[in-house]
Ligand binder design. Structure first.
Ligand SMILES: CC(C)(COP(=O)(O)OP(=O)(O)OC[C@H]1O[C@@H](n2cnc3c(N)ncnc32)[C@H](O)[C@@H]1OP(=O)(O)O)[C@@H](O)C(=O)NCCC(=O)NCCS
Length: 365
């Protein structure tokens, strides 16, 4: 039997054409294009790129955006089901249930042709934001807000959440957030999705596996963890003690460290810049300053004292961006999923196109 690698650390499980990470240099590319370049495009273009493997031309972009807009609406029956949810249910749990429900409304749910999968992919990408916004509103007894055709994917989500058309910078921040969250090679949720896809299960089921895995606080749930931490600190005077006491108790500081990056996560740099700009636009740099203070303390503790490469990851400054966008912490993981769904779909299709059941062995002790 081969040597067992706990957490599959460093194990290469498959070939992919979807994304590339250099964890030492801090490089991330989707389909060969640097994340810094992609962050300036629209989510529609990046979603198309991930799923179809190329940047769409003008006509393809228009067609794809039109199809996404046409599919933003959700079945009225779903809202009725959602209204039955008890108040207080975790947002990600209700999103998971909602995706199960919409699978039943999709006649092509169990059709596995490339065309059916393409149609399902458009429905999934288009409906995620509508579902997240509607779920959140219905948990407060509010009616869902209908999607607005004239708004981009990100801006429309903020509009459906609050009923207010976002400022240009807020819309840009949301769009960038979805792009930066869209794909990250064989992270835990994508791996679990590929395992489901490798059994030739349908796309909805595979996406639900991704959602269930994203939920954990060591993966997508870390973003909420950062938001909670920022709230808990409450007073910048206690930041250092707060962080050091947590480290003494051997607790993790959410939003730091990464299995693959041993340097600054390139996505974190982009989020940091967006967070700074939002702070300035809002005329209130409190959250940004607090986050930077935590970063400085962590840098001193890990890089300067212990010589360990623990840097901010994707979840750290994205949480600060959410603070400025007035996004409640309980929505953080669901919004992460709204972006990630394009990457999940791309991996699902890649798995279907050259499949072998993913089935490792265990070492019996
Ligand atoms: C992401 C993460 C799960 C990577 O895990 P991993 O590759 O298994 O690395 P480990 O958890 O074994 O960490 C290695 C060491 O760094 C420490 N460390 C890693 N991340 C840390 C953090 N955020 N806060 C404090 N210490 C941390 C660990 O305690 C461990 O120390 P040890 O060698 O003394 O035991 C881990 O860094 C983490 O839990 N981070 C916080 C959650 C988070 O932000 N997740 C989002 C990831 S994008």
């Amino acid at each position: 039997m081969e040597e067992m690698k706990k957490g599959l650390e460093g194990v290469v499980a498959l070939d992919t054409r979807i994304s590339y990470i250099d964890g030492i240099q801090g490089i991330l590319k989707y389909r060969g294009i640097n994340i810094e370049e992609l962050a300036d495009l629209s989510y529609d273009i990046v979603s198309y790129l991930l799923i179809n493997g190329k940047i769409p031309d003008y006509e393809e972009t228009n067609d794809y955006s039109r199809m996404l807009k046409e599919n933003r609406q959700i079945n009225g029956k779903l809202i009725e089901v959602l209204k039955n949810f008890e108040f207080g249910i975790e947002a990600l749990d209700s999103l998971r249930t909602a995706i199960s429900c919409i699978a039943h409304f999709d006649e092509q749910n169990n059709h596995h042709t490339p065309d059916a999968n393409k149609n399902k992919s458009i429905r999934l990408v288009a409906k995620f934001p509508t579902i997240v916004a509607a779920l959140h509103r219905s948990s407060f007894g509010k009616e869902p807000i209908q999607p607005r055709e004239t708004l981009s994917h990100g801006a429309n989500f903020l509009y459906m959440l609050t009923g207010r058309v976002p400022t240009e910078l807020e819309a840009e921040a949301m769009e960038k957030d979805l792009i930066l969250s869209a794909e990250h090679e064989l992270n835990p949720s994508t791996f679990s999705l590929r395992i489901a896809a490798s059994t030739l299960s349908d796309m909805y089921s595979a996406v639900i596996c991704g959602l269930c895995t994203l939920k954990g606080p060591l993966h997508g749930g870390a973003r909420k963890g950062v938001m909670d931490m920022l709230d808990e600190i409450s007073n910048p005077g206690i930041t250092k003690d707060y962080v050091l006491q947590k480290l003494e108790r051997k607790e993790k500081i959410m939003g730091f460290g990464h299995r693959v990056y041993k340097t600054y996560d390139p996505r974190a740099r982009i989020y940091k810049d967006v967070a700074r700009r939002l702070a300035i636009e809002n005329g209130d740099t409190y959250w940004f300053d607090l986050a930077e203070e935590i970063e400085h303390i962590m840098y001193h503790e890990f890089i300067e004292i212990r010589g360990k490469p623990i840097y901010p990851n994707v979840d750290f400054y994205s949480a600060v961006v959410y603070k400025y966008l007035d996004i409640p912490a309980e929505l953080a993981t669901s919004i992460f999923a709204m972006g990630r769904v394009s990457g999940w779909i791309a991996h699902c299709m890649e798995q279907y196109s050259d499949n072998r059941v993913i089935r490792p062995r265990a070492h019996f002790v």
